[in-house]
Design a protein around this ligand. Structure first.
Ligand code: RFL
Length: 382
């Protein structure tokens, strides 16, 4: 079956759905193809914070009611060093630019409801004629029928493991990769949440605790990839480490309901465009969770691309990749800075431990340093 659309969007994650919503609300026809089924997409738990800049994308488009209603504003952030608590009021320090707590699965559910038609379980997606003015996407629907979409533009919003980036000739891309050599053992537990998001630095390594609803917490423990296997740790050992690193001997415990490991890596593909294909979100860049920028970068890419497509401006489309990459590298630098500050306190190298401590102290001694931190946490409008 042959069909025509203005923009073919590959992937129904935060980037693809935000792009589809912004385009459709501005009268631009698009088709969204998603490999997974609807319930998988709706239930995938990942990010939890929409930074202030990302909330503005929805506000500016008149979509705050549909997307942000009821999402709590972020308040304080607690950072501990060897159990000693310190608090940062990020919304005030950033000049009144609060972020909002929006679990990614809630955001995706709301975007799906607002976007309407998404073609789930589209398999064998392939991108062709990218360098021509009439690129094509082919796919197979769940009934086994083959489809061809002729379009003016393709948005590759299909995440790190998608097909879009791989459709660009390798000679046209420069890949930057970095392995932070840091692992996180993350555990979901039926244990009371902390009052504020809590990150703790100690000589035993990093630990964190975040609320997951009113009665559950997600815990994090730093481990050394390659030399430690946290799945072999008994639960009692994990709780001992959490008490030790959080500096809280009376930490309330509860059964673990989920365990995962995350190895921190960063990745950027440049440029984020080839012919009529534009990459957005994780398809073009991966960032560590420190600073919580992954989902926010995906939304910012989508907004920048939507603006260029709505304006139908060749200049804006030509500027898309550079604009997104500048924002991406800014976030990568912040994320690496933050990663070192909270993880190096627990590593063997005494020089880097001292640097981490100096970074930490500066945040609480210097108002301009705290304001710069808060500015990056809130997201910058560039
Ligand atoms: P997504 O969310 O990966 O969505 C891509 C979509 O494309 C589909 N797809 C295909 N569809 C059709 N054909 C194909 N061949 C396809 N291949 C893939 C996929 O099924 C999927 O639906 O990418 P997007 O939209 O760029 O969004 C990026 C964000 O999801 C990601 O950056 C964040 O989740 C990263 N991240 C976090 N970001 C934050 O801002 N704050 C956080 O606290 C945070 N925590 C996290 C995270 C990511 C995690 N991962 C990846 C495991 C915590 C975790 C655990």
């Amino acid at each position: 079956m042959r069909e025509t659309t203005r923009v073919a969007i590959i992937g129904a994650g935060p980037a693809g759905l935000t792009l589809a919503l912004l385009l459709r609300r501005n009268g631009i026809d698009c088709v969204v193809l998603e490999r997974r089924d609807r319930s998988y997409v709706e239930q995938r738990q990942r990010a939890g914070v929409l930074d202030h800049y990302a909330t503005r994308i929805f506000e500016r488009a008149g979509l705050a009611g549909e997307i942000l209603t009821g999402a709590p504003l972020e308040t304080l952030l607690e950072l501990r060093w060897d159990g000693a608590p310190h608090f940062l009021d990020v919304p005030s320090l950033s000049g009144g630019r609060p972020s909002r707590i929006v679990p990614q699965q809630l955001l995706v559910r709301r975007l799906l409801a607002a976007v309407g038609d998404v073609r789930f379980e589209a398999t064998g997606v392939a991108l062709d004629d990218l360098a021509s003015s009439r690129p094509r996407v082919t796919y197979t629907d769940p009934d086994g029928s083959s489809h061809e979409l002729a379009c003016s533009y393709i948005a590759g919003c299909d995440g790190f493991h998608g097909v879009s980036r791989g459709s660009i000739p390798p000679s046209e891309l420069t890949i930057y990769e970095f392995d932070h050599r840091i692992g996180w053992y993350t555990m979901l537990a039926d244990a009371p949440p902390p009052r504020y998001p809590l990150m703790a630095v100690s000589e035993h390594g990093y630990a964190a605790q975040f609320a997951r609803g009113r009665e559950a917490s997600r815990f994090y423990l730093q481990y050394r990839p390659g030399s430690e296997d946290p799945f072999a740790w008994p639960d009692d050992y994990a709780w001992d480490q959490l008490r030790l690193r959080l500096g809280d001997p009376a930490l309330a415990t509860g059964p673990f309901t989920d365990r995962e490991i995350v190895e921190m890596r960063s990745f950027v593909a440049e440029p984020m465009a080839y012919g009529r294909l534009f990459l957005a979100g994780d398809a073009a860049h991966i960032i560590t969770p420190m600073g919580a920028k992954g989902m926010n970068l995906a939304l910012s890419d989508a907004a920048t691309l939507a603006e260029a497509l709505i304006a139908d401006s060749p200049e804006k489309l030509a500027a898309y990749s550079d604009a997104c990459l500048a924002r991406t590298w800014d976030a990568q630098e912040f994320s690496r800075w933050f990663t070192e500050m909270v993880h190096d306190g627990g590593i063997a190298d005494p020089f880097r431990r001292k640097l981490a401590r100096a970074r930490f102290e500066r945040l609480f001694r210097s108002p301009p340093a705290a304001a710069a931190f808060a500015d990056l946490m809130s997201g910058t409008d560039h």
